[in-house]
Design a protein around this ligand. Structure first.
Ligand SMILES: Cc1cc2nc3c(=O)[nH]c(=O)nc-3n(C[C@H](O)[C@H](O)[C@H](O)COP(=O)(O)OP(=O)(O)OC[C@H]3O[C@@H](n4cnc5c(N)ncnc54)[C@H](O)[C@@H]3O)c2cc1C
Length: 404
């Protein structure tokens, strides 16, 4: 049997987080010889991800979802509650998935279950070689990109997919600049047990420091993402589990009853960052290497999975046509496929976050009016719901359930 890697792989993926694993599985699942090089993250990831319907369909199509579906909770209702206590408060807005013909907007799953399922699927693919190592340098050439690993080994391929996160070494090697801004906010993440059922609902309380969002997990459990100003976060971090549970119960107005905090808290400084191009010099950026947005409206990894599905689709089609899978034509097409989706969501989330933080009354009024209109105007309401879970522009094929 010929060795698929005899002439080197078709693609190298750098980064074994959820975006990188998905990109690697989409290429190798379609028969492209692929190498994924990933170093283990420094800390365990206790976050959860709300995956919208298109992301779940893509994971189903890639043979991943069946490996983790039992650990995910459906997200059937999404509520937004204005808890700013300000003069111009918005009405409560409640979206139900069945209003737009869906059983659920998506599913919420702990990141370690999702990554374990992706790793299991990746490990079963004959055309995917997994290397547990760190990429130390990346050198783009005219016809290939060469990476050097910590072990000293080198690898070359015509296409490199950079999924190495927000401080991407590969992005720097591609010479791509980033527009970036820090918010003076942090997100505290923790999983909770509670005494009342969540009824498959997520609830986003809008507070003056940012959203406080409870998202359902299977059984009597939920995950919390609590956006705070850094001084408040320091105080919250110092609390014992019992004190923290009491704070959360108060902030959540006891909607899920008595709370017990599970071990493992995460604290994430919030920022927004967008790469000026999503590909250059045979390097395509996916996931947080391409864009970082604050955890409001659960958009970050859903965008990252659409990146992975898009570059997978373009690379597979180009390889089948005998073209250059890392060439400018593929990178230009990738840029076109992804830019509007990423820019529009980054803008919307940034705007929503700023209207929460501002003390400027007209801005607060705008947010209230916007939410009021969304609540009351049926077609607008459904359009917002559809756009929240999937872009109006063409989705990549995997998101439509079509294998590559
Ligand atoms: C509090 C919070 C809640 C969130 N909730 C949601 C949500 O509900 N829904 C949603 O869609 N998104 C959510 N997000 C966003 C989501 O978590 C991110 O988009 C996602 O984790 C990014 O995945 P990634 O694979 O791009 O990057 P990462 O998970 O950062 O993976 C990058 C990987 O690359 C590896 N790496 C880095 N450098 C190298 C190197 N030189 N060599 C080899 N490997 C390397 C790292 O070790 C890491 O494993 C949330 C984010 C936060 C902060």
């Amino acid at each position: 049997m010929p060795d698929k890697y005899g002439d080197g792989p078709s693609a190298i993926v750098v980064g074994g987080g959820p975006a990188g694993l998905t990109a690697a599985i989409s290429l190798a699942g379609a028969g492209l010889a692929t190498v994924l090089v990933g170093k283990r993250p420094a800390r365990p990831d206790n976050r959860t991800t709300a995956l919208f319907a298109g992301s779940v369909t893509a994971l189903e199509t890639l043979g991943v979802w069946e490996l983790c579906a039992a650990q995910a909770s459906p997200l059937k209702i999404m509520r937004i509650v204005d808890d700013t206590g300000r003069l111009w408060r918005a009405p409560e807005v409640k979206f139900a998935a069945d209003e737009i013909g869906l059983v659920a907007f998506g599913y919420n799953i702990e990141n370690f279950h999702l990554v374990a399922a992706l790793e299991q699927r990746a490990g079963a693919l004959a055309d995917l070689r997994l290397i547990d190592d760190e990429v130390r340098s990346v050198a783009p050439h005219d016809d290939a990109v060469t990476v050097t690993l910590k072990s000293g080994a080198t690898l070359s391929a015509p296409l490199l997919i950079a999924a190495d996160g927000r401080r991407s070494l590969c992005r720097a090697a591609a010479g791509i600049a980033v527009d970036e801004r820090d918010y003076s906010q942090v997100a505290l993440t923790v999983c909770l047990k509670h005494t009342h059922p969540h009824h498959d609902s997520s609830t986003e309380f809008h507070t003056p420091s940012g959203p406080f969002t409870l998202v359902p997990l299977p059984g009597l459990r939920s995950s919390l993402v609590w956006v705070l100003d850094p001084a408040h976060a320091d105080g919250i971090k110092a609390l014992t589990d019992i004190e923290l549970a009491a704070e959360i119960e108060r902030a959540s107005h006891s909607i899920v009853g008595k709370i017990t905090v599970e071990p493992g808290r995460g604290v994430f400084p919030l920022s927004v960052a967008t790469a000026r191009r999503f590909g250059a010099r045979r390097i395509a950026l996916v996931g947080e290497a391409a864009h970082v947005i604050p955890p409001i409206g659960a958009q970050g990894l859903n965008l990252g999975l659409r990146d992975a599905a898009s570059i997978g689709e373009l690379a597979v089609a180009t390889q089948r046509d005998g073209g250059d899978i890392g060439g400018d034509a593929v990178l230009d097409a990738y840029e076109k496929m992804r830019r509007a989706d990423v820019s529009s969501r980054t803008l919307a989330i940034d705007l929503l976050n700023r209207t929460l933080l501002t003390d400027f009354l007209p801005m607060q009024g705008m947010r209230g009016l916007g939410l009021y209109m969304i609540d009351r105007i049926g077609p607008l309401r459904r359009a917002v719901m559809r756009e929240g879970v999937a872009p109006a522009a063409a989705e990549p094929r995997l998101m439509r359930g079509e294998a590559l």
